[in-house]
Design a protein around this ligand. Structure first.
Ligand code: 13P
Ligand code: SF4
Length: 303
């Protein structure tokens, strides 16, 4: 059943000149049929470079919006409109503008895990992989960072700048406790602990490396170590294991499951590519300033 559905999806993708993107947290059967897997920004940038007419994004809404921001001439589809991100929803453009005004109009660094309209109100974007470089690239000594307080505190710990943090957080990463990590370390004393910068400061203090999801895959590959404790959403274990069949990966906690990332099923993907739904299109009024914030970040990363 799953196999025939996968074949049907692949045939329709070819017919419609569409590319299927899957975030590293998606269900294994979706990652297996994707043209590209990776972190959200990496996927959007790679998709923009292809000649596909359609991008089918298996992830959450802000990721499909980012694809639309960088590929305005492509049609971007998301199989589940209800796949959102609680952290992205913790800030609105109006709230950002109000807080920025209170802070005297200083530069705003916004994590790519945010809505297009919040990006549009920001000076520059960042990812979990380049947040420190982005913060340090700005001329000002005082910065406002949104929406993730944990990524913000992490960047502040690696910079001499004064950084004001918006009080948002990823409920999945924020729930990982230092106690759970210490327990996992006691169970697997030989393993390195990799943590996502969306985790709390006390968890990051226990980490051997703070990395984005794709960063964890390359770190594990390059490392001489054989086993790793993984401090991020559980979906990453699948691509980690696939890329490193001889290594062992242990969850730091049993509770790091993002329901939004798990909403999309193969059936949803089939319905989406059959009916060409649901289109995600960022208006030009929002897209132009949002694209500027993303491009500024890319210029810094390319340096
Ligand atoms: P990255 O894959 O960019 O590290 O993001 C993690 C995440 O929480 C995505 O929702
Ligand atoms: Fe949002 Fe966290 Fe889920 Fe990523 S894992 S989509 S940041 S809630």
């Amino acid at each position: 059943m799953t196999n025939s559905m996968a074949h049907e999806i692949r045939a329709l993708l070819r017919e419609r000149n569409a590319i299927l993107l899957a975030h590293n947290y998606q269900r294994p059967e979706i990652q297996d049929i994707a043209d590209l897997t990776g972190d959200s920004l990496e996927l959007s940038i790679k998709a923009a470079k292809t000649d596909a007419d359609v991008i089918l994004f298996c992830g959450v809404r802000f990721m499909a919006e980012t694809a639309s921001i960088v590929s305005p001439d492509k049609r971007v589809l998301i199989p589940r409109l209800d796949a959102g991100c609680p952290m992205a929803d913790m800030i609105t453009p109006e709230a950002l503008k109000a807080r920025r005004a209170e802070l005297g109009g200083i530069s705003v660094v916004t994590y790519v895990n945010s809505s297009a309209s919040v990006k549009a109100e920001s000076t520059i974007c960042c990812t979990s992989a380049n947040a420190v470089a982005v913060v340090n690239s700005l001329a000002e000594d005082e910065i406002f960072m949104t929406p993730d307080r944990n990524l913000c505190q992490y960047a502040a710990s690696k910079s001499t700048k004064k950084i004001h943090c918006w009080d948002g957080y990823c409920p999945i990463h924020d729930r990982l406790s230092a106690e759970e990590v210490l327990h996992a370390k006691a169970m697997h004393p030989e393993a390195l602990f990799m943590a996502h910068p969306e985790c709390r400061p006390e968890v990051l203090a226990l980490a051997d490396a703070a990395l984005s999801t794709s960063g964890m895959i390359s770190f594990a590959k390059a490392s001489e170590k054989e086993s790793f404790i993984v401090g991020t959403e559980e979906g990453l274990i699948y691509p980690l294991q696939k890329a490193n069949p001889d290594k062992s990966f242990y969850k730091a906690s049993e509770y790091m499951v993002c329901e939004d990332m798990k909403r999309t099923t193969l059936g949803d993907v089939l319905r989406s590519i059959t009916a060409m739904t649901h289109e995600v299109k960022v208006s030009e009024k929002v897209r132009i300033p949002a694209a500027r914030a993303v491009e500024r970040m890319l210029e810094i990363t390319a340096r």
